[in-house]
Design a protein around this ligand. Structure first.
Ligand code: MOS
Length: 733
């Protein structure tokens, strides 16, 4: 009998099927099966396919911020060796879509909206020839008569409330601030960030009659098919995308990007496959950015340290008409109490490349500021910052009254504090000095919304007792291959070696894609459902009730009978497609993953140089599906936290809008020497409302607040409170 999944994925009092199976794969820190292929170079990444007769395209980017293209001087370039075409198609210069929308705003071919927007693609026999010609291509522009500002702080910038972001208001925040025993009113700013995925954006496009095949680096294949079809005005079922290996995304590959459209248009025009690989600089200049933010946080607390008023207002930016606005206050909505509240995001319309989702959109920058402000409140009250947080966790979401599905924030704060040695922290700054270095410790909460999206997967149990999992789910380095195999192996009682996982091809059932920390739980739940259907058939064939069925090491038992699973399948494979979509629980509960960060820093007394010496993170995100890949996500997130706190910052030239630091030499992500020993504690939790797996998202959790812990540690070390990220040495001295 099927569990009652319709309203609640599993009732909390009911033991989940995954707790009753016996294969022992779930949660195990198994290696990624495709890992050896990747490190040995045997995994074919998108740029590495060698299609016969493939031509090479190189994008040409606008060298003005705004205006129109008057003329593209193609003739001299077409005379260069090997050059076949110079293409400036209307479809090609559309803005990067944002993945979930499936549509890109229409735009006139001749309009340039930001410095670095692609205006043409040059196609040649070899990459070198195309690159040469692209560099030589002369483009004349007419500057815009009424340009929008380049700077979000410009008084000329139009400021709007984004369509999908209603302010949240309750009570009277101003009055609460006036009457509070302790009131904090602070403004912080965070700079723009780049996703900086290791693999640059790339597409090889190939037409077979009216059918388009793309080999490309994308996160969300079933959406990407619709996007490219929309751009080219063809039917989505005419497009196939193949992307078995994706070298990181962090949001930058949620939507198709310009090289995909350019390759498709060029391939159609010249009648040959075309490969377009973006350079690192092009990725930085044209794909998308995380918006810079200016944030005002107000915290009003009573004499006992209970927050009675909370304000979080943010100004972010994007191009005119873009829907996306960095949802800065997303976690502030549910994290702490305070019935008098005002949460609001506004977007300034400026000319910079599209702002979009970069790892943990919203929380990544919202939590780091909220958590720094919480530290300021703790200091004002004279209360331990952990105690302040524990004292302010509401029973239900303020204003809305929604209950929490699960929340291990207190447990994370306590487990982290114990492992980190929080009791040895000096409560007041400037107490610990080692030679020329001030030593300090800081804490911050972690919170990231949990999302499930529709997903499908097919599982086939073969007569030889092996299983195959198929979905177009991507693996962007996160562990999809490993996790989906573990779920199928666990559900079907097969050793992991007997389970094969095929991903990243839109001919397979539509998985969730990789984004918003929803990939593993959504597509994993679809795999679980498919396996449940197979289990029912197996139970019937064995002649026992579904609840009695035990599958382990390839043997089925139940009702006093026992038989090899392969024997039950006989001649025809058992194939089932499982699907999942968000249930009623998505609305009935506030769902989020939680955690806590602890950082120890050393700040040089004379130079202001900051070194993160160690970090601890403790996290609760429902059932742990694979302890190794989950830990790696948390580690990676905390490394991003170090970057947000200390080094990462997009710098735009306010004269012409060009991105100054458009590569990894100038945009400083933390390198090994910047990253200390990081301890990750995974808490055991179940969330019956979040997914049939009782798991929540973990992919983005590790960044959500990490930079706040570092900022707080810096203040604890040297007494300086800098409210402008990144906290570089020039700001500290
Ligand atoms: Mo993520 S920023 O939804 O890839």
């Amino acid at each position: 009998m099927r569990l009652p999944f319709s309203d609640m994925y599993n009732r909390p009092d009911e033991r989940n099927l995954l707790d009753r199976t016996g294969q022992g794969l779930i949660g195990k820190p198994l290696d990624r099966p495709e890992g050896p292929l990747k490190v040995s170079g045997a995994a074919t990444y998108s740029a590495e396919w060698n299609l016969p007769n493939c031509a090479e395209g190189v994008l040409v980017l606008a060298s003005i911020p705004q205006g129109t293209v008057r003329e593209i001087h193609a003739d001299p370039v077409l005379a260069m060796p090997g050059v076949m075409a110079v293409i400036a198609d209307k479809a090609m210069v559309r803005r990067s879509a944002q993945g979930t929308a499936g549509k890109a705003p229409a735009q006139d071919v001749t309009t340039v909206e930001y410095f670095g927007q692609p205006v043409a693609v040059v196609v040649a026999e070899t990459f070198e020839q195309a690159r040469d010609a692209a560099l030589a291509l002369r483009v004349d522009y007419d500057p815009a008569e009424k340009p929008v500002p380049l700077d979000p702080e410009s008084p000329q910038a139009e400021v709007e409330t984004p369509s999908d972001s209603k302010p949240i208001e309750g009570g009277d925040l101003d009055a609460a601030m006036r009457e509070a025993a302790f009131a904090i009113d602070v403004s912080y700013d965070t700079p723009g960030h780049a996703s900086a995925a290791m693999e640059p954006h790339v597409t090889i496009a190939e037409w077979q009659d009216d059918r388009l095949i793309l080999r490309g680096s994308y996160q969300m294949l079933s959406h990407n098919v619709k996007e490219i079809a929309d751009c080219l005005s063809i039917k989505p079922d005419k497009v196939r995308i193949i992307a078995p290996y994706v070298g990181g995304g962090f949001g930058s590959k949620l939507g198709i990007t310009h090289e995909a459209v350019a390759a498709a248009v060029a391939a159609r025009e010249i009648g040959r496959p075309v490969r377009v690989v973006m350079t690192r600089q092009q990725v930085f200049q044209t794909v998308m950015r995380r918006s810079e933010t200016r944030q005002r946080v107000r915290l009003a607390a009573d004499a006992g340290g209970r927050i009675v008023g909370l304000g979080h207002e943010a100004l972010v930016s994007n191009l005119p008409q873009e829907d996306f606005a960095e949802p800065v206050t997303q976690a502030t909505e549910f994290l702490y109490g305070g019935d008098n509240r005002l949460l609001k995001v506004e977007v300034a319309r400026i000319s910079r490349l599209t702002a979009g989702s970069v790892r943990a959109p919203g929380e990544a920058v919202g939590m780091q500021v909220l958590e720094a402000a919480m530290d300021e409140l703790a200091e004002a009250i004279g209360m331990d910052p952990i105690e302040l947080r524990k004292r302010n966790l509401p029973a239900t979401v303020p204003v809305e009254g929604t209950p929490y599905s699960s929340r291990m924030l207190v447990e994370a704060l306590e487990a982290g504090a114990k492992a980190f040695g929080w009791d040895r922290r000096q409560p007041t700054p400037c107490q610990t000095r080692e030679g020329d270095w001030w030593i300090g410790h800081g804490v911050a909460s972690a919170a990231r919304v949990n999302m499930m999206v529709p997903a499908e997967a097919r599982v086939t149990l073969n007569p030889d007792g092996s299983a195959l999992v198929e979905t177009d789910q991507t693996d962007i380095g996160t562990g999809s291959y490993a996790i989906l195999g573990q779920i199928a192996g666990e559900m079907l009682g097969l050793p992991i070696e007997r389970v094969k996982v095929e991903l990243g091809d839109t001919r397979l059932p539509a998985g969730a894609g990789s984004g918003g920390s929803f990939g593993a739980i959504s597509t994993g739940s679809a795999v679980m459902r498919a396996c449940e259907a197979i289990r029912e058939t197996l139970a019937k064939k064995l002649g026992c009730e579904a609840e009695e069925l035990q599958l382990k090491d390839g043997v089925a038992s139940g009702g006093g009978k026992q038989q090899p699973i392969a024997g039950l399948v006989q001649e025809k494979p058992l194939a089932e497609t499982g699907s999942i979509k968000p249930g009623k629980t998505a609305k009935d509960f506030s769902q989020a993953s939680y955690g806590a960060f602890f950082a120890e820093v050393a700040v040089h007394a004379f130079t202001g140089e900051t070194r993160v010496r160690r970090m601890t993170g403790a996290f609760g995100f429902g059932r742990v599906l694979n302890a190794k890949t989950a830990r790696s996500q948390c580690l990676g997130g905390m490394v991003w936290g170090i970057g947000s706190a200390l080094t990462e910052e997009l710098a735009f030239d306010l004269r012409d809008g060009h991105l100054v630091n458009h590569d990894l030499a100038e945009y400083h992500v933390p390198v090994h020497a910047d990253v200390p020993a990081i301890e990750v504690i995974l808490l055991e939790e179940r969330d019956a409302a979040a997914s049939p797996l009782q798991a929540k998202g973990v992919g983005e959790l590790g960044i959500c607040g990490a930079a706040g812990a570092i900022a707080n540690a810096i203040h604890n070390a040297c007494g300086v409170r800098v409210r402008s990220f990144p906290l570089t040495l020039d700001k500290l001295i």
